[in-house]
Design a binder for this molecule. Structure first.
Ligand SMILES: [Zn+2]
Length: 188
């Protein structure tokens, strides 16, 4: 990896917003992704599932994968707005989208919401509070999400034109090789 590549990756990196049971945070959401993908949990780590129409996933032998989504949110920390990745379940996102629709919020325009995790290991609860126009001004947020996602999972950077599907197909052999290593590692 060249120095430029390392610099570029660190520019694309974003922290993951952790919402612990009992805590609450307010974050601005937009209609960004979520990028949906499947993961396995093995040996205290999350692994990407490589199951697709071209590859069988070696980790699927040990148990079904779980679909998770990744989106971008902004939270205000000491007056400054900071961007985070946020992992959401299909259920949490579906309920949030419904709440927006019934509450007359337009997710594409930006919505500030309260995020809680009612139960330990349960999914997030995301309740719309007010409209925000923050997301309307975001340039290229989808690309930012995809690049931050790739860095989070230690994958090469997506090109400037690749969609998530195109990118995932390109790096599928990497994901498969890692899944194979994880599958061959003795379970704790
Ligand atoms: Zn799998």
């Amino acid at each position: 990896m060249t120095v430029n590549n390392v610099l570029e990756r660190s520019r694309c990196q974003l922290p993951v917003l952790k919402v612990r049971p009992g805590s609450e945070c307010v974050a601005a959401f937009g209609e960004l992704g979520p990028l949906w993908y499947a993961v396995h949990w093995a040996n205290d780590r999350q692994h990407l599932c490589c199951g697709s129409d071209v590859v069988d996933c070696p980790l699927c032998v040990y148990g079904a994968s779980r679909v998770v989504g990744m989106t971008l949110v902004t939270t205000r920390l000491q007056a400054a707005s900071k961007v985070f990745l946020l992992e959401v379940s299909p259920l949490a996102w579906g309920q949030f989208s419904d709440r927006c629709r019934f509450g007359d919020f337009v997710l594409a325009d930006g919505v500030e919401a309260k995020v809680t995790r009612p139960r330990a290991r349960g999914c997030l609860r995301i309740e719309p509070l007010v409209r925000v126009d923050e997301f309307a001004s975001w340039l290229d947020a989808e690309r930012r999400l995809l690049r931050a996602w790739a860095v989070l999972y230690g994958l090469p950077l997506p090109s400037l034109t690749e969609t998530f599907e195109e990118f995932f197909r390109r790096v599928l052999s990497v994901v498969e090789a890692r899944a194979r290593i994880a599958a061959d590692t003795p379970r704790k």
